[in-house]
Design a protein around this ligand. Structure first.
Ligand code: ZN
Length: 276
């Protein structure tokens, strides 16, 4: 078990978590409630432009923790793969412009080809971006996704696979995001988190909860404490692996997006302290 969370100094919220709020409102509310970090989703940058987003956040005592999300490298089409590299370069530029130290990668999968082929293309794609990422000072963070997304969203589904790829790439510009929603079920999780930390690849930690019998595969994530993930135990592994970064609350939820967002933010903070 980990030490109880006493304050909000490591609390980061993904903008998508409070999706109904525009960025101005989200920043104002986060700051008012003592939230110290924000992870910015691409829709926000599309709305305002990266430079403006960078300026808006810089006027608050809030760190940009990550920019979400690039990736989607694999395709049976060579032209599509080349397009993905260009698109990711644009996202790396945007990450730099909003002062984000990292771009999170949902690496992609193409159901028209084997998982193995997709994985090779993912590694090729990430390696092709490293020179540009290092030039821009933006780290690339591989996020393994739950196997229910293996068809189109991610051919990397376990932390073990992500570790193997990051170790093979072996660059300070490439690491991994551990998201409890995707990885909580894995019986090798403790070992793989340790491996990730030992190799210097643990770049991000995302939290929410897995509601029993979710009604939607994407947009029914639970608030911490609402489901079956032992968050305190997983955080103890993450911290034992040397991670000192933010605990990033990332919740996609039709249910919570429908309620008053200030009430939701207050619930996030209460449950963060109690259950994370
Ligand atoms: Zn995540």
């Amino acid at each position: 078990m980990s030490e109880p969370i006493k304050d909000l100094s490591k609390l980061c919220i993904h903008t998508i978590t409070t999706k109904p709020w525009k960025l101005e409102k989200a920043l104002e509310k986060y700051a008012e409630h003592g939230v110290r970090g924000v992870s910015v989703w691409q829709n926000v940058v599309e709305e305002y432009g990266a430079t403006k987003v960078g300026e808006m956040i810089a006027s608050y005592p809030i760190d940009v923790v990550s920019y979400v999300r690039g990736g989607f490298f694999p395709s049976h089409s060579q032209a599509e793969r080349a397009k993905a590299i260009d698109h990711n370069k644009k996202l790396i530029e945007e990450a730099a412009a909003i002062n984000s130290p990292q771009l999170v990668l949902v690496v992609g999968a193409d159901p028209k080809q084997s998982m193995q082929t997709s994985r090779i293309q993912i590694q090729d794609g990430i390696e092709a971006l490293i020179p540009f990422a290092s030039e821009m000072g933006v780290q690339l963070t591989i996020e393994p996704l739950h196997p229910m997304y293996a068809d189109t969203r991610s051919a990397i589904n376990t932390l073990g696979q992500a570790n193997t790829m990051a170790e093979s790439i072996n660059s300070e510009w490439v690491g991994i995001a551990v998201d409890v929603y995707h990885l909580w079920w894995d019986d090798n999780l403790e070992t793989e988190i340790k491996r990730c930390g030992d190799n210097g690849n643990l770049y991000a930690y995302h939290i929410c909860d897995w509601k029993v019998h979710p009604v939607d595969m994407l947009n029914d994530r639970g608030l911490m404490g609402e489901g079956c993930i032992d968050l305190s135990l997983i955080r103890s592994w993450v911290e034992a692996a040397g991670f000192e970064g933010y605990n990033e609350v990332e919740i996609f939820s039709n249910e919570y997006w429908a309620i008053d967002q200030t009430t939701f933010l207050e619930k996030i903070i209460t449950n963060y302290k109690k259950y994370s």
